[in-house]
Design a protein around this ligand. Structure first.
Ligand code: PMP
Length: 324
């Protein structure tokens, strides 16, 4: 679909996957006026195809659009675009029974051709899909996480909590640095003081304490409001864990890992759903979380959430949305 300042949103059809034709002066190439979303479609045992809480992604895309001076796509149009694209790509939705899925990537960018710095008057919106196998084909593997004290990902007041390409461009060097230290992932701290935990490059972070609490950094404007994060806080509440959204300094967390008060930690997001964190590394030292393996509550929350998504556990919160 295309939006212009003059006509609003028009078009919206399914076309074969192929290259786009864009002007070299398209604003997106120069000023990164671009946003995106990520969801998954799962096939259930009866052959039907479902996605998970897509209204949350629609609302997040509207918030991202406002921050990037892009037009808002109404929720019903967002949902219709997912339905149309997944109907066309249905043969690619894997068979039921595993965690395999079809990844869905909606995105919107400034396609107007001009060189001045201002909000574009022409914007394009697309949805593409890609088959995604199970995230852990050989069983759940705990992450080694590098704590970046040099690079931040996004700042509050900047594009902080928007899901825009620029926030990922700023994360790539931190990810590279993590790999150089033998880590799987990078943990970003706040951009002002480099002391409090924000998130990983593509996942939110949670900690479970030995007195039955589940802690996660509060949303201060630089952390992506994850759909998985919100869902896990709800499932945790359902089973009597007390959720705490709070500022968490890295020193506070490593003290509690060392002291045994924090017993499990994990990262969460659409792709992995839940990925245990086994170890943190930083220029100051390294810390093994629990026994370095996958925690019991972490795995049990993961099983419940993937069960809801794949249709084997009751969807008691009405989170599933049928696509085909
Ligand atoms: N933080 C970042 C930076 C992400 O890219 C993602 C993935 N969208 C998340 C957190 C988790 O969000 P969600 O649970 O909605 O996938």
């Amino acid at each position: 679909a295309r939006w212009t300042a003059e006509d609003g949103w028009t078009g919206g059809e399914v076309v074969p996957f192929g290259p786009l034709t864009l002007s070299p002066a398209a604003a997106v190439f120069h000023y990164a006026q671009e946003i995106f979303e990520g969801l998954k479609a799962f096939r259930h045992a009866d052959g039907s195809v479902w996605t998970f809480r897509p209204e949350k992604n629609a609302e997040r895309m509207q918030r991202s659009a406002r921050r990037l001076a892009l037009p808002e796509l109404p929720t019903e149009d967002f949902l219709a675009s997912l339905t149309a694209q997944v109907a066309a790509d249905e043969p690619w939705v894997p068979a039921a029974g595993g965690e395999d899925s079809l990844y869905i990537r909606p995105f919107m960018f400034a396609s107007e051709s001009f060189l001045g710095v201002r909000a574009a008057q022409q914007v394009d919106y697309y949805v593409i899909t890609s088959p995604a196998g199970a995230y852990f084909p050989r069983g759940v593997q705990p992450l080694v996480v590098w704590v970046s004290d040099t690079y931040a990902r996004a700042g509050a007041g900047g594009t902080g909590d928007a899901k825009c390409g620029g926030n990922y461009a700023s994360s790539l060097l931190g990810k590279k640095e993590a790999a150089e230290h033998g880590a799987d992932e990078v943990l970003f701290l706040d951009s002002e003081t480099h002391t409090t935990i924000d998130e990983l490059s593509g996942m939110n972070v949670m900690a479970i304490t030995n007195d039955g609490r589940i802690l996660t950094p509060e949303l201060t404007g630089s952390i992506l409001e994850g759909v998985t994060r919100d869902s896990i806080l709800q499932l945790a509440r359902d089973r009597g864990l007390e959720p705490g959204e709070q500022k968490m300094s890295m020193d506070w967390v490593t003290d509690r890992i060392a002291g045994g008060e924090i017993v499990e930690m994990f990262a969460c997001g659409t792709a992995a759903v839940i990925n245990p964190i086994g170890e943190f590394r930083s220029p100051k030292g390294s810390w093994t979380v629990g026994d370095g393996g996958s925690g019991e509550i972490t795995l049990s929350l993961r099983e419940e959430l993937t069960g809801i998504q794949t249709g084997t556990v009751e969807d008691r919160h009405g989170w599933l949305h049928r696509l085909a």
